[in-house]
Design a protein around this ligand. Structure first.
Ligand code: UD1
Ligand code: CA
Length: 453
């Protein structure tokens, strides 16, 4: 679309019903503040300029809403005098002159870019105001869209509506686009002579029509237009976001056995032919390449999993975990800030942190990289095709060469050269017939205690 568009995002609400120490638009959905979801969608719909109308937590909201590739400014609405008043707070930006002005809410985070684009397309076709409506399962509380001969003639707020008007179920989402050249003159005509003594943005419908403007409404799915007033609604928004993203990923070639149990972050990247088993949680910053399998009950965050690698069940990948092609991190293993080389195996009950594990190396069950001395973190370097025996403690900083072999139960504190064998434990002693002596001593002790009683 070649038309210019300014996005005005209303985000000056008090968030009272959230019962929160921060503005509701800062609350995360899939790990990203709600306001950033709105901005991302606005940007995807081709807009490059935005004004945030902020109140509570003004600075933080502005910061969270300032996404890349957009020019985002903010204006402070000190008194909440209604949606019409809120939009006019952005007067200066609107006056710069845009083809289109979009008004959207900071607490309505699931709107798809397609919906914004559909509204803008109507402006391009000659409408002057395009309101985004939805068919409400329960219309109570929403402004009702009053339509005649295919045009929107008015939006009636619940409190100002007649009984007849209240029966209408086509409702105002609050989102609209306005002819940028005429927006200010119409916004300036809005007054507050209504039940709530507020400046209603919705009055622009009748004002524009009286001035010869053409006003229409388009329809969008109710789920996309859901807002957030309480923590319960926040959870519902999170759930819808998850359902939508899982669906998109499955359509792109990702398999999920029980998608309803998989939790994604806003930036999770899963390639085609990845398999995600049940109950997997993705924190931010995870990429999984094609052919990889994430087994059940794994938790990944800030990790990269290359082609055909496998993770879990019950594995934890923490930030900086980088699994090369075909690597394997198995049950009850934790990997943090570590390279696991191609085809290397970290299969059972192991902690690998601040480490490099070479290709083809096998890490035995219960191995621990002792990376922390209580003050500093140190690195463990293990070469290729090495073998670390079970239950070994690798005390960093330490390096183990290519093809080296560590006997199980070792505490390794010194570097091991390539192809060397290292023991770091007491040598075993065997005393023939000695078990009998020990057992008889124990039995005698038990008998003497019985005699005492
Ligand atoms: C508004 C619409 C109603 C629509 C509903 C959808 C008007 C008059 N009514 O009603 O038709 O069905 O949204 O949810 O527009 N805000 C500010 N500053 C203000 C007032 C509001 O920033 O002075 C922000 C709020 O934080 C919120 C949004 O604008 O994000 C909507 O405000 P809200 O008070 O929820 O509007 P409603 O009365 O619900
Ligand atoms: Ca509302």
């Amino acid at each position: 679309m070649t038309r210019t568009c300014l996005a005005v995002i209303l985000a000056a609400g008090d968030s009272t019903r959230m019962k929160s120490s921060m503005s509701k638009v800062l609350h995360p959905i899939a790990g990203l503040p709600m306001i950033a979801h709105v901005m991302t969608s606005v940007r995807a719909a081709g807009m490059r300029d935005a004004v945030l109308v902020v109140g509570r937590d003004a600075e933080k909201v502005t910061k969270a809403g300032s996404i890349a590739e957009m020019t985002v400014s903010s204006v402070l609405q000190t008194e909440r005098r209604g949606t019409g008043h809120a939009v006019l707070t952005a007067r200066e930006a609107i006056a710069k002159g845009y083809d289109d002005v979009l008004v959207t809410y900071g607490d309505v985070p699931l709107v798809r870019p397609e919906t914004f684009l559909a509204a803008r397309a109507k402006l391009a076709e000659g409408a002057d105001v395009v309101v985004i409506g939805f068919h409400a399962a329960n219309p109570v509380g929403y402004g009702r869209l009053l339509v005649k001969d295919g045009e929107l003639v008015a939006i009636r707020e619940e409190k100002d509506a007649t009984d007849e008007e209240r029966k209408v179920t086509w409702c105002n989402s609050g989102l609209m686009v306005i002819n940028g050249a005429r927006a200010l003159s119409w916004l300036d005509k809005i007054d507050n002579k209504n039940a709530k003594r507020e400046f209603y943005l919705t009055d622009i419908v009748e004002i524009a029509r009286a001035d010869g403007g053409k006003v229409v409404a388009i329809d969008a799915p109710e789920a996309e237009l859901a807002g957030c007033n309480t923590r319960a609604e926040l959870a519902a928004l999170e759930a819808s976001w998850q359902v939508r993203r899982r669906h998109d990923l499955m359509l792109s070639g990702v398999s999920m056995i029980a998608p309803e149990t998989v939790f994604l972050a806003h930036d999770t990247v899963l390639a085609q032919d990845v398999l995600i088993e049940p109950n997997v949680v993705f924190g931010p910053g995870v990429t999984v390449e094609t052919g990889a399998v994430i087994h059940a009950f794994s938790h990944l965050e800030g990790a990269h999993v290359a082609e055909d690698a496998t993770v879990g069940p019950f594995a934890r990948l923490r930030p900086g975990a980088n699994l090369a092609e075909g690597a394997k991190v198995g049950n009850f293993c934790e990997v943090k800030k570590a390279e696991i080389g191609a085809g290397a195996k970290v299969n059972h009950l192991t902690y690998i942190g601040d480490a490099v594990v070479g290709a083809g190396t096998n890490i035995g069950a219960g191995t621990i990289t002792c990376n922390y001395d209580g003050v500093n973190k140190h690195e463990t370097r293990i070469g290729e095709n090495a073998f670390i025996g079970s239950n070994s403690a690798l005390v960093a900083p330490v390096s183990i060469g290519n093809g080296a072999y560590v006997a199980s139960g070792s505490v390794i504190t010194e570097n091991i050269p390539d192809e060397a064998l290292a023991f770091g434990r007491a040598r075993q002693e065997v005393k023939p017939e000695r078990a009998k002596v020990v057992r008889e001593r124990a039995l005698a002790l038990k008998a003497s205690k019985k005699a005492e009683r």
